[in-house]
Ligand binder design. Structure first.
Ligand SMILES: [Zn+2]
Length: 386
């Protein structure tokens, strides 16, 4: 057994823990850059709690998924306001913006120096300015991961800024923040959370510590994803999904992902589909294709047994088989109203280009088996619904 484990210094989880933000933040700094979504979130109560604790805030608004230019603007705002730490509240976009900003504020040069694919890919040598990450969705787990996904509009691609220093100093997960999420957001982010406890469990880099988190997350998502969608105020279901999202973030940061996320970066870069919706549409097709390829070429591969175990944990039935896992996933996608990817404008004419890009994506390297171009094409086209 060998593993190498990274996580935040501190994770605070529980309904209502946001009320403690003042006490928590005043130990971290005096002036925070408050990175928040442009719409849909009232940070008024949060800034009052911070002000009462003597912490000043300068707001930075994030609309849509972050780009290189957005992070550069956040760094400029933080420097001008002399912020000594970052609080990032919102979904994956706000948290990734905050994480990248914290890293850039502590490292010399330009963001491009540190980016993979489109930049010089230099390592971030200095520790980030402290970042407190507060998720308001239950999906990405970005509050505990060591990368920030950024769009590069001129390349129609998404790249990651990576490094252990990207992991927030402190993650504060309050399930109450997710009670008011609209059902469509609950659906796509919840299926992302589920994908992020399934892919690390069959990953080539799976390890026994991550296995524990994945099994627990799969059980909780199995009993609570549909409930959280149907009844947003169901506190127990929301808590399960917030915890699954956290477990998914810890798992992917320590064991990688797979083919679903291999497609998510090129698709997310070219089309305006939310990350969670892409993962949701591709999860069942990926399970089917991986299982078929494993049976054909590596029938002794331990991932096959793991897929059976996932079927049992997710459905709660000790006799479930892989076919039941696929049925459960397809039925959930239907019940939760996840649209096929063709809805976002992609069609069969795009397959070859997207497959070529996905095959090079870093997540694809952790997939349990190397899928051929034909297999990746078939998987993608099933997700498109064409
Ligand atoms: Zn994801």
């Amino acid at each position: 057994m060998r593993f190498d484990f990274s996580s935040p210094n501190r994770i605070i989880f529980g309904p209502g823990v946001l009320q403690e933000i003042g006490l928590i933040a005043k130990d971290v700094g005096h002036r925070a850059l408050l990175v928040q979504p442009q719409t849909g979130l009232d940070v008024g109560p949060l800034t009052v709690l911070l002000a009462q604790a003597g912490v000043n805030t300068t707001s930075f608004l994030v609309s849509g998924e972050p780009t290189i230019g957005l992070v550069q603007a956040a760094v400029k705002t933080a420097r001008e306001a002399q912020c000594d730490f970052v609080i990032a509240i919102g979904g994956g976009s706000a948290m990734d913006t905050g994480k990248a900003t914290g890293a850039l504020l502590a490292n010399p040069g330009d963001l491009l120096d540190y980016l993979e694919v489109v930049g010089k890919n230099q390592p971030l040598v200095n520790p980030s300015l402290p970042v407190i990450a507060i998720p308001t969705t239950a999906g990405t787990g970005a509050e505990v991961t060591k990368n920030a996904v950024l769009g590069v509009p001129e390349h129609k691609f998404k790249v990651s800024l990576r490094g252990a220093t990207l992991i927030p100093r402190l993650a504060l997960v309050d399930p109450e923040l997710t009670y008011s999420l609209p059902p469509a957001v609950t659906a796509s982010t919840g299926l992302d959370a589920l994908t992020q406890v399934i892919e690390p469990y069959v990953s080539r880099r799976a390890n026994p510590l991550v296995d524990l988190w994945c099994r627990e997350g799969i059980i909780r998502a199995g009993r609570s994803l549909r409930r959280a969608f149907a009844q947003g105020s169901d506190a127990a279901a929301r808590e399960d999904m917030a915890f699954t999202s956290l477990l998914g973030g810890l798992s992917l940061a320590n064991a990688g992902l797979g083919a679903v996320h291999g497609f998510a970066s090129p698709l997310g870069g070219e089309y305006s589909a939310p990350h969670g919706a892409i993962c949701a549409a591709l999860l069942a097709p990926a399970v089917k294709m991986n299982v078929r390829a494993l049976h054909a070429r590596e029938p002794q591969h331990p991932a096959l047994e793991r897929y059976t175990e996932i079927a049992r944990l997710l459905t709660g039935s000790p006799a479930a088989e892989i076919a039941d896992l696929v049925d459960w996933l397809e039925e959930t996608v239907r019940l939760l109203g996840i649209p096929p990817l063709s809805r976002y404008g992609m069609g069969r004419g795009d397959t070859a280009r997207l497959v070529e890009k996905a095959a090079r994506a870093s997540s694809m390297k952790a997939n349990p088996i190397v899928l051929t171009e034909a297999e990746l094409s078939e998987m993608l086209e099933e997700g498109m619904g064409t």
